[in-house]
Design a protein around this ligand. Structure first.
Ligand code: SAH
Length: 236
């Protein structure tokens, strides 16, 4: 089986160090260990974790430039995807791992400590609440979401967190284009424009993966995000 280093080089032209490869192994071990106690992920086999979690997360680095000091928020990060793999490979970025579930945040705090991810933090919050707090509103350079909600809903979670001129990246499967077509209203209300859709064929995976890259073009009006639960109940 090829290593993550081999696959990241081949697919993304990304060079991992031996130390980074070791951090991924440690992260995988923690996923397996904690998954026995809580439901973190259905994917645990080494080759699947490597491709579907680690390599998939790293595709974000191909779609947007990650530079030192950049503030990144991963909304609905779950067991840490895509935020933890990106923080491992780009230790100079500042990753906020956000999730509504306290147990996931406990796991992530352990991961951050155990892997020594000095620039990462885990925050227990619903995106709709965080989007109203000055600490999180209009402050991030990049907001990410994978497997959290359909795009019109996800945009109401992500766009309020991002500075004008910053980006959101939504990680999607085969429904990407349909979801973009359903998001015209959400984009115009929240202040975003789809700049690009990048496609990836991960090794051994039939379904094409897409990254929807959205530029934040205007401040989000103060009415958004709406109260907790509303974005999902009545999508824009
Ligand atoms: N991004 C991860 C996890 C996806 S599961 C991955 O791709 O593997 C979706 C996660 O989003 C869950 O952990 C859930 O708790 C979280 N979530 C769902 N809605 C949310 C919201 N409104 N605010 C914050 N977290 C949310």
């Amino acid at each position: 089986m090829p290593t993550l280093t081999d696959q990241a080089k081949a697919l993304l032209n990304l060079e991992l160090t031996a130390d980074q490869e070791a951090l991924f192994a440690r992260f995988h071990a923690l996923l397996v260990e904690w998954n026995a106690r809580m439901n973190l992920t259905a994917i645990l086999a080494p080759e699947e974790v490597q491709v579907k979690h680690f390599l998939d997360s790293l595709t974000v680095a191909d779609a947007v430039e990650l530079h030192r000091g950049m503030r990144v928020v991963d909304v609905g990060t779950g067991a840490g995807f895509p935020g933890v793999p990106l923080q491992i490979v780009y230790p100079g970025i500042h990753v906020t791992l956000m999730d509504a579930t306290g147990k996931k945040i406990q796991f992530l705090e352990h991961v951050i400590q155990s892997l020594g991810l000095a620039n990462a933090r885990a925050v227990k919050a619903r995106a709709e609440d965080a989007g109203r707090f000055p600490e999180h509103r209009h402050v991030y350079d990049l907001a990410l979401g994978r497997a959290v909600a359909r795009l019109p809903i996800l945009l109401e979670y992500l766009l309020p967190l991002v500075k004008v001129g910053g980006y959101c990246v939504a990680m999607k499967g085969r429904t990407a284009v349909d979801e973009v077509n359903d998001s015209a209203h959400a984009l115009s209300v929240l202040g975003g424009e789809v700049e690009d859709i990048e496609s990836f064929q991960l090794p051994g995976i039939e379904e094409t993966h897409h990254l929807i890259i959205v530029r934040k073009t205007a401040l989000t009006p103060s009415a958004y995000p709406r109260a907790s639960g509303m974005p999902a109940q009545k999508p824009l």
